[in-house]
Design a protein around this ligand. Structure first.
Ligand code: AMP
Length: 218
């Protein structure tokens, strides 16, 4: 049986999961599966799933587990995930984590990277965040500005602010994180592949530590 490398990026919204995922994707050639991106693609396409998901996303609430599981479990069975994949924004509840466990096999190598950033910094980060409308690369007006205003350095796409990146929705998303997602730290912390990384430093410093965490344990 092929050994799959499965990396889970855990952490509150705005902890840098998307930025680290982009780096991991290019260095390790693993497909980047972001449930947030998959949902936003469905919202933009006005699919049946997208129509249901939109009201949850806009209010900072989690989309129901059954919808998420249906979406992601099909995705990880695709050909490009045969050697492994990188999960960003999933699992976010204990039900999702337990469902993922059932989809793993004994030969899988599981790494869980918990990015730690406090709430005050999250609010500062998210309120200046911009995303590329084409390739989803994240930027920040102060901390990681694009070279040209509103244009993606990577693909030339137009940058936009997510509708759920307003102060009110961020506060709600943080509350939801503490209530429903933070318990996953306890769920995973005894796994040999679990590491907590200080997510307040530069993107490069975090990535170096992350690569070490993946190598030491592999
Ligand atoms: P993200 O881009 O990961 O911050 O996700 C944006 C929004 O999509 C979240 O606030 C949720 O409404 C929804 N979402 C993304 N991933 C999940 C998930 N695993 N479970 C439930 N809702 C999710």
């Amino acid at each position: 049986m092929t050994t799959r490398t499965i990396i889970i990026l855990l952490g509150p919204p705005g902890s840098g999961k998307g930025s680290q995922a982009a780096l991991i994707k290019s260095h390790m050639r693993l497909p980047h599966l972001s449930t947030g991106d998959l949902l936003r693609e469905n919202v933009a396409a006005q699919s049946a799933l997208g129509k249901i998901a939109k009201s949850y996303i806009d209010h900072g609430k989690l989309v129901p587990d059954a919808i998420i599981l249906d979406m992601i479990m099909h995705r990880i069975e695709q050909e490009d995930c045969k050697k492994g994949f990188l999960l960003d924004g999933f699992p976010r509840t204990l039900v999702q984590a337990q469902a993922l466990q059932l989809a793993l096999s004994a030969s899988d190598q599981l790494f869980i990277i918990n990015l730690k950033v406090d709430d005050a910094m999250i609010i500062e980060r998210i309120s200046g965040r911009l995303i590329c409308s084409k390739c989803m690369t994240p930027y920040h007006l102060r901390f990681a500005p694009p070279k040209a205003a509103n244009v993606c350095d990577a693909c030339g796409g137009e940058l936009y602010q997510r509708a759920d990146d307003t102060y009110e929705v961020i506060a709600k998303r943080l509350a939801v994180y503490h209530q429903q997602t933070a318990p996953l730290i306890e769920f995973y912390q005894n796994y040999p592949g679990f590491s907590t990384i200080d997510g307040t430093r530069s993107k490069e410093a975090i990535f170096n530590e992350l690569v070490n965490a993946l190598h030491i344990k592999s």
